[in-house]
Design a protein around this ligand. Sequence first.
Ligand SMILES: [Zn+2]
Ligand SMILES: [Zn+2]
Length: 341
Amino acid sequence: MKAAVWIGKNQVEVKEVEDPKIKSDEVLVKVKSAGICSTDIHVIKGDFYNGNPPHILGHEIAGDIIEIGEKVDRWKNGDRVVVETMVNCGDCYYCRRGMKNLCDHGGDIGFPPYQGGYAEYIAVPARCLYRIPDNVTYDEAGILESFICPAGSIFRLGMHFGDTILIQGAGPAGLAYVQSVRACGAGKIIVAARNEKRLRLAKKFGAHVVIDIQKENMESRIMEETDGHGVDISIDAAGFPSTVENSIKYVRKGGNVILYGIPDDRDYINFPVTQIILKQLSVHGASGNPHVWQPVLDLLSQGIFNLKDMVTHTFTLDQFNEAVDFVSKRKDGVIKAVVHP
Ligand SMILES: [Zn+2]
Ligand SMILES: [Zn+2]
């Protein structure tokens, strides 16, 4: 089969490799759409270590089942599926307490030992599959994973109707947060970012207030919008030292802070411990959540979530390097790009 193989720092080669072979509890999926994630771009560039090249990356995957392992009985050839990234052991301290996302022995599809979705075919454990509703496209399902993580942290937090939310960052994660908190009945959604085009999209997806931080004073705008209290939930979906600090600064006393954007390892963050203590804040670190795949698919099918307009660019597998360049330089207002192997 053809695959985009990461072979070293800044090097990905699109070439013929051996077809994957399935184990008895796995299925073979013909990949129809694979979302390009900025995590993979960091891996390719060598500034986020997660695996040894050569390796086929790609952990946002949708496609058709074309072969079934002998122990798999719930699926058949031709089923349209989206692949959950997380693979857990089912037996460790965390798995036995219902926290498979924290599994000690688990792994992620797209990272060793699991090959990823930037390829024509992928072998995946059947327990990682979800059915794509008939009215949901492969491309929407192909970027689902990038939506699941932000949505999952809102699900875990259990926000309340009418809550006021600050979201810093209006990239794929920020926009997923806008849609998630809107679906949960947010009273006021405030988005702060520095990209005008993306702020317009944030409005389209449900933000009530957008703040262009290059032109406006963020502090006075937020205080004005919250009667001087600060927001109930403050989300950092950008991952800069300044946005981490701001997320704590602009939350009200007793409020919740969600840290989602991952800062550069070399960044020094002046973590405001005194403010956290005196304001009696709850600070949450957010990444994967295994419990929201089906609910998010259901709301996507009902038209409550809009992933269609988040997929702004498509590439063939042969154009993989072009796609990576496109996403990393944020060319042409790209939000999410997918490859069609
Ligand atoms: Zn990702
Ligand atoms: Zn486990």
